[in-house]
Design a binder for this molecule. Sequence first.
Ligand SMILES: [Zn+2]
Length: 453
Amino acid sequence: MTALALALLLASPSVAAEARQILDQILAVDTSHGGETRVCALIKARFDQAGIESQILESAPGRGNLIARLKGSGAKKPLLLLAHLDVVPVEGQAWNTKPFEPTEKDGFLYARGVSDDKAMAAAIVAVALDLKRSGARLSRDVIIALTAGEETGGAAGARWLVEYHKELIDGEVALNEGGDLMLDEKGERVLQASLQPAEKTFQTFRLAVRGKGGHSSVPPLDNPITTLARALVKVGELRLPAHVLPLVKGMLENAALHEQGVMAQALRGAAASAPAVAPQDEEVLSKDRIFNADIRTTCVATMLQGSPQDNVLPTVAEAQVNCRILPDESIEQTQAALVKAIGDPLVELTQVSHFGVGGESPLRPDVEAAVRAAAKKIWGSEVTVLPTMSAGATDSRYLRQAGIAAYGIHVAPGTLDDQRKGFGAHGANERRPVRFLADGVRYLEEITLSLAR
Ligand SMILES: [Zn+2]
């Protein structure tokens, strides 16, 4: 064995160990209401020590984005590795552990952000440190971007960077969150690695009903809250038309292999009849929240507001309805469908978020090959690599709009069951199995090396 081979062999466990250290460190910083600069500073200190040049760019006080660059020969255009540092809030959720105190229990690591998206951030940092220390020769620059405010639309992070500092993150290809690493139901082996080149469009609508206000002891017949409630029931019951996109066809075929009985039959049926879905298949798939989101645009009420006090009638009752729109449907189309379903001119409906469209990057053969080779190397030939459309929105939409081909992956495997039970991203008791975290870091390093060597 050569000295280099020995060094590489010894390097891999320490990359994973370092990634875990970084992960614990950054999970302990509450970034659910801003404050990403504190995480940036922790990482910058590590980069400084390793001789990696980096800078913290604040879009607003405390809203730091960290950008670093490993120099390559310039034979190819840069590869961008991106993860967001903010997390969603925990208020109102029933956590069994302290969400900002990473806790290992029964083989899981519990903490807000462990799945979304700090495992990815920690892996990116550890891989960058390893590439620098090992003196890896790169055919292209590897840019690291750790962003603020992804969960609130990217205005503090990716969107702002694309708008004001595009030259700093301008890569040809980007790897970001948005894919998944799926374990079997027992959580013992990795079954599937998804590669996400497309995502649904995120669009929120505000529903508002106005009233005259006044004293609650003499209520009118037309309280705005009652009118709004009627509209929300209709939104809740609305099922927008289902159809199966080409990317989704592959997802359903693959899912059929892991399901049984009626569900497996419906998945196979819907894939076979794509883009159409037969009513009996649609009926079955619609009952599963994940498959339902694959085959249609969804809209769900997420926020409510009435009067500021219990003895005061509201002058306006408001709700926000968050829609996730299939890549081949428009925001206007969805708005029209909501107006029609509500069917009440007293309910005003307006767009509140303007995050652009989800978009789709062409599935590049080099990226797909890199992901397939890495997955096979780490988890063997039985792991399926699956191109997917994501129901969630990520910073990739801004990259795609800026002409950077963006692909979602994941580095912390989880089970489908965890996702369904809400232990996944944004849920209470967000968790990921500890034993696979090291694999995920290797996975990212392998993909990075095959794209940048
Ligand atoms: Zn995320």
